[in-house]
Design a protein around this ligand. Structure first.
Ligand SMILES: Nc1nc2c(ncn2[C@@H]2O[C@H](COP(=O)(O)OP(=O)(O)OP(=O)(O)O)[C@@H](O)[C@H]2O)c(=O)[nH]1
Ligand SMILES: [Mg+2]
Length: 396
């Protein structure tokens, strides 16, 4: 199981450019709307400080790589078509393609902070990125509402429906969003609604759809095209606007990330994703050098290109995941090597959750865990921390 991060936004904001920069794929990018129609799934990485050096070991990762003590742990990224206002009524490509995002655990809303694309993704000037931030949430809510309404109708037309079935019927309808009846019931009650759909007016239904969307599609904003002065000015203004305090913004330049990774592959620079600087190590022309120095100015000011940072913020800050290393308390290594795995687990995972994550048999036979740093036994309900190193002792 790996986490899925969905990239959303109106056309021409740089979703595919961000996707390509993060995954080093080559899906089409273009300065015209709806360059992307079919979704792409690719592998991106999150950085985790490797635990092996603390144990005087050299790791041999099963998946991903370890570069200078930093593990790059794979996670999935999904690039979809652009969404425009009124998509829920069929505008643009409509919102049918959003089903490609059903399984996304978290969304990165890519916003063109340079203000050079209008609501439809066509070239313009001085567009306020705040309009994009506002409209996208509405469109997602309308998408959820459409699905919720269908569930309400099904429930109401069902022979012999009972109160107890409301959350069951609605959860079934919305199961693709990874919600369940307990969560649905909790949200209904939290909104102060009765467990009777006949008593809900349009506002109640909209509020319910919105709350389910917020819980199942938490979101952060990538302020993209930050390599332009217009975007930098907008970023200063919007991050100081109290109306947008509740959002998490990460300044990004998909272009800068892509250029640096390509230059690194070509042996021109030495750059590791997420770094806030690079070294020029190859022969380059004066033009190339000027281009790279412009990127340097930008990434030293903003602490990196932001692409790596946005992916990590989505997983670790917005949904609170933790990375866990399966360890060996007595330091014995098997012939395949040590510290082969590093798993990304949900927030608040315990020893028992980790055992079940490894295998249901291991979970069933769990005796206890061992915290490999302290060599102390930990119980089934012991909460794990980010970068825990744990050995699971199980009868199976
Ligand atoms: N300056 C600058 N331009 C960018 C950046 N990222 C993307 N662009 C440009 O923005 C335009 C749109 O990029 P795409 O990646 O195709 O945008 P998209 O959001 O995938 O668009 P659709 O697939 O049509 O929804 C292209 O001309 C890109 O070169 C960036 O970080 N900086
Ligand atoms: Mg695209």
């Amino acid at each position: 199981m790996s986490y899925k991060i969905g990239l959303v936004g109106k056309p021409s904001v740089g979703k595919s450019s961000f996707f390509n920069a993060a995954t080093m794929n080559d899906v089409p990018e273009g300065a015209y709307p709806f360059t992307t129609i079919d979704p792409s799934i690719g592998e991106a990485y999150v950085r985790v400080e490797c635990a092996a050096p603390e144990f005087d070991k050299t790791c041999s990762p099963n998946v991903g790589v370890c570069r200078d003590g930093t593990r790059f742990v794979p996670t999935k990224l999904v690039d979809v078509a652009g969404l425009i206002p009124g998509a829920h009524e069929g505008n643009g490509l409509g919102n049918q393609f959003l089903t490609d995002l059903n399984e996304a655990d978290v969304l990165i809303h890519i916003v063109d902070f340079s203000g050079t694309t209008d609501m439809e993704g066509e070239p313009t000037e001085d567009h306020d990125p705040r309009d994009d931030i506002d409209f996208l949430e509405t469109e997602l809510d309308m998408w959820y509402l459409g699905i919720l309404e269908a569930g309400i109708t099904k429930h109401e037309t069902k022979y012999n429906n009972t109160e107890a079935q409301i959350e069951v019927d609605l959860a079934e309808q919305m199961s693709a969003f990874k919600t369940n009846k307990d969560e649905i019931k909790q949200i209904i009650l939290l909104l102060g609604l009765e467990l009777d759909t006949e008593t809900w007016d349009d506002e109640d239904r909209a509020a319910l759809a919105r709350e389910i969307r917020k819980r199942t599609k938490p979101m952060l904003i990538a302020a993209n095209k930050m390599d332009t002065p217009e975007a930098q000015a907008n970023f200063e203004e919007i991050t100081a606007d109290p109306d947008y305090d509740h959002l998490t913004f990460v300044p990004t330049s998909a272009h800068a990330e892509r250029s640096l990774k390509k230059a690194d592959e070509a042996g021109v620079v030495s750059y590791t994703a997420g770094d806030s600087d690079f070294d020029i190590v190859g022969e380059i022309s004066t033009n190339q050098e000027a281009g790279l120095e412009r990127i340097r100015d930008f990434i030293t000011d903003y602490d990196g290109t932001g692409v790596q940072q946005a992916i990590e913020a989505a997983l670790f800050d917005v949904i609170g995941c933790i990375a866990v290393f399966p360890g060996s308390a007595n330091g014995k290594s098997d012939e395949k090597g040590v510290f082969r795995d590093c798993f990304i687990l949900p927030t608040d995972s315990t020893t028992e959750d980790f055992a079940y994550f490894l295998h249901s048999d291991i979970g069933d036979g769990l005796l206890h865990g061992i915290d490999c740093r302290s060599n102390r036994q930990v119980g089934a309900d012991h909460p794990l921390e980010h970068r825990s190193v744990v050995e699971i002792i199980s009868t199976n």
